[in-house]
Design a protein around this ligand. Structure first.
Ligand code: NAG
Ligand code: NAG
Ligand code: NAG
Ligand code: CU
Length: 169
């Protein structure tokens, strides 16, 4: 009985540790910083959000916070082709309520535009490349995938051991 309680406590500790690890590695980004999510200043400034994303590392689990007033703008996740041509007719997902938080839950490129007429053409578009965590100081430096994978393996084996203890003792 005592062993069961200890095992259950160990299981809970493992789950909590994984949660803490996850929140350590995930980060939130305010898109455009103080400018928020809008038609960038400067008129037809297509580079604004590119510049904002430049030199930032985005990893799976990170969150993009888009600050905008509901009704004034929106966030549409679109294909690369639709991003390039500012075509908002086939969004993959649309977030119409501001501010909007979008979790980057896969690797690869994400493309976001605002579908209010003229806004994407005016530069309200963002593209980010998402890689596996944990993040590094400089993008593309050390092979971080290995440490992430080994801590995941450790967490999973600990969980299996804990469950086995609970079941068989
Ligand atoms: C990104 O880093 C490079 C190299 O350090 C630098 O030249 C460039 O100005 C940086 N870009 C931004 C938008 O900060
Ligand atoms: C936008 O995409 C849709 C579906 O792919 C297409 O039918 C439409 O012609 C496109 N609009 C423009 C302006 O390219
Ligand atoms: C990933 O995020 C999208 C949009 O935020 C959501 O629709 C989807 O369910 C998420 N997938 C997983 C596996 O969490
Ligand atoms: Cu807009």
């Amino acid at each position: 009985m005592a062993i069961k309680i200890i095992s259950a406590a160990a299981l809970v500790a493992v789950v909590l540790a994984s949660t803490v690890l996850q929140s350590t590695y995930a980060a939130s980004f305010t898109v455009g910083d103080n400018t928020g999510w809008t038609v960038p200043p400067g008129g037809g400034n297509n580079e604004f959000y590119d510049n904002w994303a430049e030199n930032k590392t985005f990893v799976v689990g990170d969150i993009l916070d888009f600050n905008f007033a509901t009704g004034a703008h929106n966030v549409a996740e679109v294909s690369e082709a639709d991003y390039d041509t500012c075509n908002g007719t086939n969004p993959i997902a649309t977030h119409g309520t501001g501010p909007a938080s979008v979790t980057l839950n896969r690797t690869g490129e994400y493309h976001f535009i605002c579908t209010v007429p003229g806004h994407c053409i005016g530069g309200q578009k963002l593209s980010v490349e998402v890689r596996n965590g944990p993040r590094s100081g400089t993008p593309g430096s050390s092979p971080n995938g290995s440490s992430s994978a080994s801590s995941l393996v450790a967490a999973v084996s600990l969980s299996i051991m804990s469950v086995a203890l609970v079941l068989f003792c």
